[in-house]
Design a protein around this ligand. Structure first.
Ligand SMILES: Cc1ncc(COP(=O)(O)O)c(C=O)c1O
Length: 371
């Protein structure tokens, strides 16, 4: 049996360089195995409070932070359902597959939705954003920080003030960057900043988190048909009153998240964590350049958590991925329309520079044999 097969006894033996779910360290796995009290108990509330206060520090915000029993897409849908009224319009900026998904969520929930997109590989520029906002009156704007399909990081620090000046609420999908890249929620006045935990947090999938502004809470109160499971008001009230969730959450995951936040904030430290991700991104880009592979994103907008690399050497990508699997490493093909035109290396969570160097050496040798 190779590491590429299901291993009932030991679990996966692969080293994941994926854009999520990512490698989970042993110390987090041990947290998941600890027994818990119920979700209506004092010990649970204490843990929930520790997790949400940790999130506030991570996001540089005084806004309350909420925990959802879902992946990030659940909160993306919650933003649409809770914040856009029947007679209002939502503006969905898209630079790739996940921007397109958010627009689709708007459409399938029957909201008046407008998509403003750019060619994949490019970011939303301040000029593009301003022009899009000038065309109509939008109640809410939705945008990715890091677009995991194209490996582009939007210039969110420049875009946020432009969007907020228009009077729209701002929802930011930071799924593949939160806990890897600095996002200052209060400084940027972001109304909802969301992510799932199976990416830069290095916790197994099943939980998503967000910060929520007072303005977003007030807005949600005026919106009809918010639904039940992802009702911001219900979630917010339970959280503020009791440090609990309205329905049963995956308590072991929240224990894992709480431990990871403690590690991130108090052991590694935020600045060091962000610097490490910057180095991981830079080192991957240098490696690619040295073997004549081009980056897919426009120069200057490359993500530091996932590298989307153009197949400029015309490699057999599925073969390359499976040869690397034989060496116990997993990377992934391109996403959606970018399959075989690109491949992606995830370098987020707990991956260290040395781990990346080892994997890139093996991948480089495989690429030499495939050229
Ligand atoms: C930028 C972005 N948004 C949203 C999602 C959807 O996340 P989830 O699978 O946690 O729902 C992903 C997943 O890869 C993502 O990378």
């Amino acid at each position: 049996m190779t590491a590429a097969h299901f291993n009932k006894e030991k679990g996966s033996q692969l080293k994941l360089f994926t854009p999520g779910p990512v490698h989970v360290p042993e110390r987090v796995l041990r947290e998941l195995a600890k027994p818990n009290d119920t979700h209506r108990s004092k010990p649970y509330s204490e843990m929930h409070q520790m997790a949400t206060e940790g999130l506030q520090k991570l996001l540089y915000t005084k806004n309350e932070c909420l925990i959802f029993t879902s992946s990030a897409t659940g909160i993306m849908e919650a933003c649409v359902r809770n914040l856009v009224k029947e007679d209002e319009k939502g503006l969905f900026f898209s630079i790739g597959a996940f921007g397109d998904r958010w627009y689709e969520i708007g459409e399938t929930n029957g909201k008046n939705s407008k998509k403003e997109g750019v060619e994949w590989g490019k970011p939303i520029t301040p000029e593009f954003a301003q022009e899009a906002l000038n065309k109509d009156k939008y109640a809410v704007a939705f945008i990715q920080a890091n677009e995991t399909s194209t490996g582009v990081y939007n210039p969110i620090e420049k875009l946020a003030p432009i969007i907020k000046d228009s009077g729209a609420l701002l929802c930011v999908d930071a799924t593949s960057s939160m806990a890897g890249v600095k996002i200052e929620v209060d400084k940027l006045d972001i109304d909802v900043c969301l992510a799932s935990v199976q990416k830069c947090f290095a916790v197994p999938p099943g939980l998503a988190v967000c910060s929520i502004s007072d303005a977003a809470v007030e807005k949600a109160k005026q919106v009809k048909n918010r639904g039940l499971y992802f009702d911001f008001i219900d979630l917010y009230k339970r959280h503020v009153a009791k440090h609990q969730t309205p329905t049963t959450p995956p308590i072991p995951q929240i224990r894992g998240l709480t431990a990871q936040l403690d590690y991130i904030l108090n052991i590694e430290g935020l600045e060091k964590r962000f610097e490490r991700h910057e180095k991981l991104g830079k080192q991957t880009r240098e490696w690619a350049k040295n073997i004549d592979l081009e980056m897919f994103p426009e120069n200057g907008y490359e993500s530091n958590t996932v590298s989307t690399i153009k197949n400029s050497l015309d490699l057999d990508i599925p073969k390359m991925v499976s040869m690397l699997l034989e060496e116990s490493y997993r990377i992934v093909n391109g996403y959606g329309d970018l399959v075989n035109k690109t491949f992606r290396i995830g370098h987020m969570g707990e991956i260290q520079i040395k781990d990346l160097e080892e994997m890139l050496k093996v991948l480089g040798d495989i690429i030499k044999t495939l050229k």
